[in-house]
Design a protein around this ligand. Structure first.
Ligand code: AMO
Length: 442
């Protein structure tokens, strides 16, 4: 029986249910992943969110009807589950009735049923809505989803409250240059580079807050690790002694994210051969000044006097941490104040350095964080020292006029985390619909 209407809505089984339903009549719905047409039989492999299900068509009328649907058409198949060791999961649907729910009008840009992806990154990105259906291309996003769930669970357990803050702001949050300007009902405005000001203000309300949200950077970097929009996993906590309390929370968060990936995205990890990192009880740390000494001593270059680490130096330090401490994570603390935003707390006794840190993971900066200034007069002094007027920051500074606890926080770039976990060669493989210098669609 063939029907092209979708008027019937029987209870739906998932592909993964079939091995438990041998002998029963079931209905599955999914995409036509692959069709193989032999002389007297057509194999339809359907893909749904749980996996693949095979249907075997031998009725000549049904065979000729299903012969014309392009792959990725959406079908409903009703039939009897029969054991077959050769079928996916050891079971297949026999004597099926097939209904077309939606006919694909074009072939996919490459064969989605092939185990490897026979396409370049630009082709994948140009055709993302369909390319992402390939199990290998979808897998990083399952890992991202599990990571975010782990981020939330870890922070919920530590008494944090989730917040949602504006993404359109009146002044730059991180630095003046890298902002996208927009027109807000005739008033100049910007896309938020981070929820920095809001999360600090909210540490004055809830003490402990976190946010998962998009942030925007108008950085003209055309690299494998920069996006113009990315997902920032932010946290902020009040009543800290210094940045070390923040680092301790971050350690718990990393452990929670890793555990959630193992528990909730095991299949994606297996597909991509992901080796999950061990999160040491104590993540090793090195002061920025010592890191520069090490680099000068061992790399044949002398970065002393530079205010930041070059990407090659981050890679070298990561390898050093793995060699010396057996850790894939390394905290670099005490970055020079000149490279840190005005809200950064200086290092007591060494005011040219800061109570801030970066976390390196597998050779890449994954997290930035630190202790913030918390006294109103310190903010005024910090802005004056940078030659900036407090005027554009009036909304931000308001919180500090009314008493703020010593506090600090961090931000973790979700796409960088997933990139490093999956060993992807480009951050765009860990981003659903990347926005960068050259890409605004799809
Ligand atoms: P920062 O600007 O260092 O710090 O950003 C924090 C983390 O975000 C990620 N990241 C990026 N990911 C992809 N593309 C980009 N263009 C990009 N830029 C940054 C990185 C980085 O470590 N407000 C501070 C954080 C804080 O102190 O709480 C901030 O935004 O993984």
């Amino acid at each position: 029986m063939i029907s092209t209407s979708a008027t019937v809505h029987p209870a739906r089984s998932l592909a993964a249910d079939l091995p438990r339903r041998i002998g029963e009549r079931v209905t599955v719905q999914g995409w036509l992943h692959r069709r193989r047409t032999l002389k007297s039989v057509v194999f339809l492999v359907l893909r749904d969110r749980s996996g693949l299900a095979q249907a075997v068509v031998t009725d000549p009328e049904v065979m000729s009807a299903v012969g014309g649907h392009p792959e990725e058409s959406v079908l409903q198949v009703t039939g009897t589950v029969t054991a077959n060791p050769q079928a996916p999961g050891g079971a297949e649907i026999t004597a099926p009735a097939v209904t077309v729910l939606s006919e694909a009008v074009a072939a996919p840009p490459f064969d989605l049923y092939r185990p490897a992806v026979p396409a370049t990154l630009p082709t994948i990105l140009d055709h993302a809505p369909v390319a992402l259906r390939h199990p290998l291309l979808r897998a990083p996003h399952a890992i991202s989803a599990a990571s975010v769930a782990g981020f939330r669970t870890a922070l919920d357990a530590l008494g944090f409250t989730e917040i949602h803050t504006p993404k359109v702001v009146a002044s730059a949050t991180e630095s003046g240059a890298d902002v996208f300007a927009i027109d807000w009902f005739g008033t100049p405005a910007y896309l938020a580079q981070s929820p920095q000001f809001f999360k600090q203000a909210m540490a004055g309300v809830f003490e402990r807050v976190y946010e998962v949200g998009p942030v925007f950077r108008a950085e003209p970097h055309d690299t494998a690790r920069h996006l113009a929009q990315y997902t920032s996993l932010d946290a902020e906590l009040g009543f800290v002694s210094d940045h070390r309390d923040v680092m301790a929370v971050l350690r718990e968060v990393l452990a929670g994210m890793t555990a959630a990936v193992a528990a909730q995205a095991g299949e994606a990890c297996a597909l991509l051969d992901v080796a999950l990192p061990d999160v040491p009880r104590r993540i090793p740390e090195i002061h920025f000044a010592e890191a520069q000494e090490l680099l000068a001593e061992h790399t044949g270059e002398d970065p002393r006097g530079e205010p930041d680490l070059a990407p090659a130096h981050e890679r070298w330090l990561s390898e050093w941490a793995l060699r010396e401490h057996g850790s894939e994570f390394l905290f670099v603390t005490g970055y020079p104040m000149v490279k840190r935003p005005f809200y950064t707390h200086p290092e007591p006794g060494r005011p040219e350095h800061s109570n801030s840190f970066d976390l390196l993971f597998r050779g890449l900066e994954l997290v930035t964080g630190g202790q913030r200034l918390h006294r109103h007069e310190d903010y005024l002094a910090a802005l004056a020292a940078r030659g900036e007027s407090p005027e554009p920051y009036a909304g931000y500074l308001a919180a500090f006029r009314h008493g703020m606890p010593p506090h600090g926080g961090f931000a973790l770039g979700l796409e960088r985390w997933t990139t490093r976990l999956t060993g992807a060669d480009n951050i765009r493989r860990a981003t659903l619909f990347p926005r960068d210098l050259h890409r605004l669609t799809p």
